[in-house]
Every structure is written in structure tokens, then in C-alpha cells.
Design a protein around this ligand. Structure first.
Ligand SMILES: [Zn+2]
Length: 94
């Protein structure tokens, strides 16, 4: 039996590109006050609204990419973005 998956964050994207959903798999109900501090890494489950999985790829020391395996949407992120809170803020202000 594996731990339940919790949907912790939904971030709308600009230009009709849908939205991202961040999922966390763990036994305990995620603590809402700590969600924004969750670090972005390749273990995190991020889905796109096309139902594709978004892969987090470290491209260089300055840049990371979120890439949807289904529709090939690519979102470029400065590597200064380390947490879910920073990701949300960056995408909402992009
Ligand atoms: Zn997609």
C-alpha cells in the first residue's frame, strides 16, 4: 500500500496554457503553513491540465525547466526559484 496523494497547489498559467497542479505523496496530511516552503525538485509530482506529468529538469546553473511529457509545454525558470511559494509567485507575475 502506498501513501495517499494530496493536491496541494493549483497555479493558473498565462496565455491559455492551462494550469499546474502540485501533488505531494505522503501519509500525513500536508501542513498548509509549510506548503510554500516545499523545495522544487525532480521528486515532486507536478501535473499540467492536459493530464500530463511535468518534469523538472535542471538545465544549467542559471536555468531550470518544467516540461510536460504529454503536450510538450516548456516553462523556463530561473534557478533562483527554489520553493513552491517562489514558483507560484513567479508564474502568477510572469
Ligand atoms: Zn501538458
Amino acid at each position: 500500500m502506498s501513501a495517499p496523494v494530496w493536491k496541494v497547489l493549483s497555479i493558473p498559467l498565462k496565455d491559455g496554457e492551462g494550469k499546474l497542479e502540485i501533488l505531494v505523496q505522503q501519509w500525513k496530511k500536508p501542513d498548509k503553513t509549510k506548503l510554500k516552503l516545499i523545495r522544487l525538485n525532480s521528486e515532486l509530482l507536478i501535473t499540467h491540465s492536459c493530464f500530463g506529468l511535468m518534469k523538472f529538469i535542471e538545465v544549467s546553473k542559471d536555468k531550470n525547466i518544467l516540461h510536460c511529457v504529454v503536450c510538450s509545454l516548456r516553462i523556463s525558470l530561473p534557478s533562483s526559484i527554489k520553493t513552491l511559494g517562489e514558483l507560484e509567485e513567479y508564474l502568477l507575475n510572469a
